[in-house]
Design a binder for this molecule. Structure first.
Ligand code: DX5
Ligand code: ZN
Length: 238
């Protein structure tokens, strides 16, 4: 079965907005999901943290399963965990459409990405702000998505790290040069102020946690981020 990211190949031009559930109010998760879905979210970004790879713990497959019952949105699981291989099957059974693992995590290898695809979902690789691009070398032919962390992973609400733009640029150049069917996702500190710049650098998927869920008007915030990102495609590159 072909998954959503695969269907979007080759590189499509709609900006995909992926609200990160980490900043939602978990006491009313169903309403929070409905809110961003009604606001036009394209994907739902699910941050999984194990307390080892990052100094925080969030949630696991059980919550992803409940989220699956609440929405038909594409579920983008971002695993900030060591040895993710042990969990892949559980996240697929819970309903994830994509599983992204970290190049820096213990136990991650080309085999991990092959396993994700063999389970029938899209595969992503992520790199932290301090990780050089050559960490991606084993993965270019094995992934549907590259996630560039623009904050240090572990917590929502941090400030965007400007160096991430250059990384996105360079990844985008390679994808275009080699015509690779890979989406670029950027995650951390994304909001109205930098949406145009990250989109213009080449990001296809913009993850936004606090700037959407903590906004006074989440729907307006999502639209503003989308409009800013889309405007960068029509206006000259700054
Ligand atoms: C951080 C997570 C992010 C986080 C983004 O480790 O990977 O997805 O939720 O939150 P904001 O958009 O608030 O930086
Ligand atoms: Zn994330």
């Amino acid at each position: 079965m072909e998954s959503q990211a695969s269907k979007q190949r080759p590189r499509q031009h709609k900006t995909l907005i992926a609200p990160s559930l980490l900043s939602a109010n978990f006491l009313c998760l169903k309403e929070e999901i409905a809110k961003v879905e009604a606001a036009g979210a394209d994907w739902l970004h699910l941050d999984v943290m194990d307390g080892h790879f990052v100094p925080n713990i969030s949630y696991g497959p059980m919550i992803v399963g409940f989220v699956r019952q609440a929405t038909d949105l594409y579920l983008d699981a971002h695993l900030m965990v060591e040895y993710p291989e042990n969990l892949l099957d559980a996240f697929v059974r819970a309903g994830a459409d994509n599983i992204t693992v970290h190049a820096e995590a213990e136990g991650v290898s080309a085999n991990t990405l092959k396993t994700i695809r063999n389970l029938g979902v899209d595969a992503g690789i992520s790199i932290n702000p301090e990780t050089p691009l050559d960490a991606l070398d084993p993965y270019w032919d094995l992934v549907d998505l590259i996630l560039v962390m623009s904050v240090h992973p572990g917590f929502g609400g941090q400030s965007f790290i400007e160096d991430s733009l250059e990384k996105v640029n360079r990844i985008s150049e390679r994808i275009q040069r080699d015509k690779l069917p890979i989406l670029i996702e950027i995650d951390g500190g994304i909001g109205i102020d930098n949406a145009a710049r990250v989109r213009s650098a080449g990001a296809d998927v913009l993850v936004a946690g606090s700037s959407i869920f903590r906004a006074a008007d989440s729907s307006a915030a999502l639209s503003e981020i989308r409009n800013a990102a889309d405007s960068s495609l029509t206006s000259p590159k700054k």
